[in-house]
Design a protein around this ligand. Structure first.
Ligand code: SF4
Length: 571
């Protein structure tokens, strides 16, 4: 029997996320390609974090026929529940494994290993002695050929790509069940779904830093094929989905894609897709989107308003349309062929605020824009930071809502125009970037967070992921979840409803709701508005309380006790 191991070293690309709690399409398509070629094959999936924690898994790798590694970070990210594999880890884990055909795929195989913003990528060459095949093409097509050719890696073309989206139709459905092997399955796992690849702007070269134009103009997956994949994932037990694997969801099935840089969107196609997803996965818990091109939204407000309304009708609340703004400096926009001017971005933000700012069932607004800025681009000067700040300040002063502001430094990827320019501007503006970041965090992000989720907001179903001292960090599942610190040590890997009590620059402090005053840890009690250190000690000394009246009587100030009553429960 054919034995295949998939080691997921995680991917983070401009149009695809596969760092837990996300699982990217890569391992699913690869498993599907194996099962398509050999329905009886034994396919195992492990994450790099599982391997880090249990190196005895290497013994199983040694017994396999094919070992596939998925890896590559081509955009810098911040992670809580896993970190992408480094080339050195791959060398130390896999160097002595000789039996299986070892295949590397994903962005690391194509562009090298990006490890953090502002730093050059480590060339794929460093791992060339570890792997038999470095698949610069599509891993699922390469492995399919490898199996058809009796695992003869010598004759396989590593640059094989899918000729069209139909080529992955069966793989996407057949490979869906691999998700059951993910350590976060089922409750804490989000499947990233692809609707197309390639960028409409590739006809003008695209943005200077982005790898997506190398995939050409969009090749769309048919809505029915996407829904078949979603049905297979749903039947396997998945309840969380993100339609995130494409450059702009508003451009899905745009009729003039391939001819026009900014094609007119197709609201009917989006309605059909989202309706189909709901039919395929009727009791899904999360349905979010990701990237959206503000240049498209500003040019076609009527169509995009319809699309945003369709998304809101079928999605789940707390959704984010991530706008790749990169910079509002006209010089930088021109030199890097960016997608939208400051005015266009402003218009797109306003449109989404009009349609999506109402509070949804999970406590967050339905659909808001998030802004991504990239620093270190060609043409950047100190004035770029001033212009970007003034733009953000205007958004804030005009009472608009943003769900997130992401400030990153570029990773110059081979094959992009930024690769020639490298880290020159990053080095030059290192101090200016740090200063800008601090200023935005303090004067815009924190107050904006307070506007988006005011004090006392009830956030539903945050999942406890990790501890830092006596703080339990948790997040909702979905696009760009807010980081919520719960004072106290609470059992991990469970969901909690929480009420917001305070704000950090990029995180919230919240207490479980309703709070059981008879069992709550001291740190949590202290964080409840109006309690503080002294009253928390008094509560601890006098509990258990049997009625709310007992509790109010036990406190020094009945007025405060009433206010605290909004947060507590007495069983
Ligand atoms: S619009 Fe720019 S950033 Fe977005 S996918 Fe196209 S080239 Fe990349």
């Amino acid at each position: 029997m054919l034995r295949v191991f998939i080691l997921d070293g995680y991917v983070d690309e401009p149009t695809c996320l596969g760092v837990p709690p996300y699982i990217s399409p890569y391992p699913r398509y690869i498993a599907g390609a194996v099962w398509d070629a050999d329905p009886h094959a034994n396919v195992s999936y492990v994450t790099i974090d599982q391997l880090r924690n249990d190196t005895s898994l290497l013994t199983n790798f040694s017994k396999s026929d094919i070992l596939v590694v998925i890896a590559g970070m081509s955009v810098p990210g911040r992670y809580l529940s896993g970190f992408p594999v480094s080339p050195n880890e791959l060398i130390s884990f896999l160097n002595n494994i000789s039996k299986p055909v070892k295949l590397l795929c994903g962005p690391a195989a194509r562009y090298g290993f990006g490890m953090s913003g502002g730093k050059p990528v480590t060339a794929t060459d460093v791992v060339k002695n570890v792997f038999n095949i470095i698949a610069k093409g599509d891993g699922e097509i390469v492995i399919s050929e490898l199996i058809k050719n009796n695992l003869n890696s010598e004759i396989i073309d590593p640059s094989l790509c899918r000729p069209n989206p139909k080529a992955i139709k069966n793989f996407a459905v057949k490979g869906a069940r691999i998700v059951t092997q993910h350590p976060f399955f089922p409750d804490h796992l989000i499947t990233e779904i692809e609707t197309y690849r390639g960028c409409t702007r590739s006809i003008t070269g695209g943005c200077s830093f982005c790898s997506e134009p190398s995939k050409g103009s969009p090749s769309f997956r048919a809505a029915d094929e996407i829904c078949e994949e979603i049905a297979a994932l749903y039947n396997a037990g998945i309840r969380h989905f993100r339609i995130g694997n494409q450059p702009c969801i508003f451009s899905y099935m745009a009729k003039d894609a391939g001819d026009e840089e900014f094609p007119r969107p197709n609201p009917e196609a989006l309605e059909h897709l989202f309706q189909g997803i709901r039919t395929a996965a009727p009791n899904l818990i999360t349905l979010h989107i990701d990237n959206a091109n503000p240049g498209i939204i500003a040019r076609y407000p009527k169509e995009c308003k319809r699309i945003a309304k369709s998304i809101i009708q079928y999605h789940t609340a707390g959704d984010v349309a991530a706008f790749g703004v990169e910079s509002v400096d006209p010089v930088v926009i021109k030199k890097n062929n960016l997608k939208a001017t400051a005015e266009e971005v402003y218009d797109a933000i306003t449109l989404l605020n009009e349609v999506g700012s109402q509070q949804g069932a999970n406590g967050l607004p339905e659909l808001l824009p998030g802004l991504n800025f990239v620093f270190g681009l060609d043409g950047e000067t100190k004035n770029t930071f001033t212009l970007d700040y003034e733009f953000l300040k205007k958004i804030y002063d005009d009472n608009l809502l943003l769900r997130r502001i992401n400030l990153r430094q570029v990773i110059p990827i081979p094959g992009t125009r930024m690769f020639q320019i490298g880290e020159k501007n990053i080095r030059k503006h290192k101090a200016a970037f740090q200063h800008f970041k601090r200023k935005v965090r303090q004067t815009i992000e924190r107050p904006m967070l307070k506007r988006v989720v005011p004090p006392g907001t009830l956030l539903k179903a945050v999942f406890a992921e990790t501890y830092e001292g006596k703080l339990t960090f948790s997040r909702q599942l979905g696009s760009y979840p807010l980081l919520v610190g719960i004072p106290g040590v609470y059992p991990l890997h469970r969901f909690y409803d929480v009420k917001i009590v305070d704000y950090g620059y990029r995180s919230l402090t919240a207490v479980p709701f309703p709070l059981d005053v008879n069992t709550a840890p001291r740190e949590t009690l202290e964080a409840v508005p109006g309690v503080g250190k002294k009253r928390a000690i008094r509560i601890l000394a006098k509990r258990p309380f049997h009625t709310k009246k007992d509790f109010i009587n036990a406190l020094d100030n009945p007025m405060i006790a009433q206010a605290i009553g909004d947060y507590i429960r007495l069983d």
